[in-house]
Design a protein around this ligand. Structure first.
Ligand code: SOE
Length: 401
């Protein structure tokens, strides 16, 4: 196991939306969770020294770097937290793992299947020397969804027949919203599919324990050109800080992806990922129907889980709303009194807490890079199905290398 600094020294690469929420989580996790070792955000790294500098002032980070290569090999760094556009996930993670750093990598794991495979191999090699890695499917750590997982695991849902998943946002419905990096294939790999679809693919597989075995998909780019951003680096990916120019550039990713799926254990599933669902801001929804019951969740009401118990007398059965804020519920006991509720940022705090505990206790974090690779296989199958207009089996990823 690599020798750790105390506090654990963390280098954050990327300072935009994800960088900020991770920075907040690194600071908050030790205040609410007993971690075994306290983390300290020691370095922030990003292309623009000015932007990284103002981020560092805001989040009280002492050191700023502009070259990630310097950071990932620095003996003063224990953990590398990757919050960059997808294009850089693979080179940064490979270099950091090679240097023996623990790695937390934002989702989707990579921009291509090949990169995801290499990253998984590197992570599993490094794991033999005690190096930990984890991919940031943060929604797993929403208390209501972690509780839904307990319902599946304790048999309350029974044999699962259906998964209905959707991730709906609307931030690019305006045709003049600028061409930010998330709309560029080179930077982001895919569009709504990898950004939003990856979350619901991971959740569907994680919550049910099934793997997606094949898909039939449609993808669409509704707005094929958009104004070029007026300042380079001035756009954070989901919000425009400056207006676009009159010149337009090509959108090279999907705006929406819809697919049907079969799982390896005989369930049927539907998925929808879109940035064009006017009025839906962050509606990550998932419903699972089984022989003994169902649950339904919508992130826009994230403290609630709907549960239907099929074993109740028919006269009194019906969906009931569980407020997942009791101390018995996953993660909730670390926070506020029942009913006071948590938000989006708490899921990232839980992610950091679990990751640091795994480092401190020499345990294997989850979701692993291999889980990220499994999701990447599904993303690739969706793209292939949409392109070839045909049913596409999902390449199988065995549980370990
Ligand atoms: C943008 O669509 C985005 O920030 C995703 O990239 C995140 O993973 C999701 O949590 C919120 O929306």
């Amino acid at each position: 196991m690599p020798q750790l600094h105390r506090p654990l020294k963390v280098a954050l690469v990327g300072y935009s939306f994800m960088g900020s929420i991770h920075a907040q989580a690194w600071a908050t996790a030790p205040r609410f969770f007993d971690l075994g070792v306290d983390p300290e955000l020691a370095v922030v790294c990003g292309r623009s020294a000015d932007a990284a500098g103002s981020f560092a002032r805001k989040f009280l980070v002492d050191r700023v770097e502009t070259d990630w290569r310097k950071v990932v090999t620095d003996p003063e760094v224990d953990v590398v937290d990757i919050c960059t556009p997808g294009k850089l996930h693979s080179p940064i993670a490979l270099a950091a793992l090679e240097a023996g750093k623990h790695v937390l990598c934002e989702k989707p794991l990579a921009n291509s299947l090949e990169e995801a495979r290499q990253m998984t191999m590197a992570a599993e090699n490094a794991a033999t020397c005690g190096v930990k890695s984890m991919v940031g499917f943060s929604y797993r750590r929403t208390p209501a969804l972690a509780y839904a997982k307990q319902l599946v695991d304790n048999g309350s849902i029974g044999t699962i027949r259906h998964v209905r998943a959707a991730y709906l946002q609307d931030w690019i419905t305006d045709e003049d919203f600028p061409l930010v990096w998330r709309l560029d294939r080179e930077q982001a790999g895919t569009g709504a599919l990898g950004d939003l679809g990856a979350h619901i693919i991971d959740l569907a597989q994680h919550l049910t324990g099934h793997k997606i075995a094949g898909v039939s998909a449609l993808t669409e780019t509704f707005v094929p050109t958009r104004p070029l951003p007026s300042t380079s680096g001035g756009l954070s990916g989901t919000s425009a800080h400056s207006a676009g120019t009159a010149e337009r550039g090509e959108v090279t990713v999907d705006d929406a992806a819809i697919f049907l799926a079969r799982t390896d254990r005989g369930a049927l599933a539907t998925f929808e990922a879109t940035r064009f669902a006017s009025g839906r801001k962050n509606a990550l929804r998932i419903e699972v129907n089984g022989s003994k019951g169902s649950f339904a969740f919508d992130f826009e009401a994230l403290n609630e889980l709907e549960f239907y118990d099929n074993t109740q007398p028919t006269s009194s059965e019906g969906f009931r709303r569980i407020l997942v804020t009791e101390p018995e519920h996953p993660y909730a006991g670390a926070w506020w009194p029942a009913g006071h509720g948590l938000g989006y940022d708490h899921t990232f705090v839980h992610q950091i807490a679990d990751f640091v505990r795994c480092i401190a206790q020499d345990k294997t974090p989850s979701p692993s890079f291999r889980d990220g690779l499994q999701v990447q296989q599904v993303l690739a199958a969706v793209e292939a199905s949409a392109a070839g207009q045909q049913w596409q089996p999902v390449g199988h990823v065995p549980a370990t290398a």
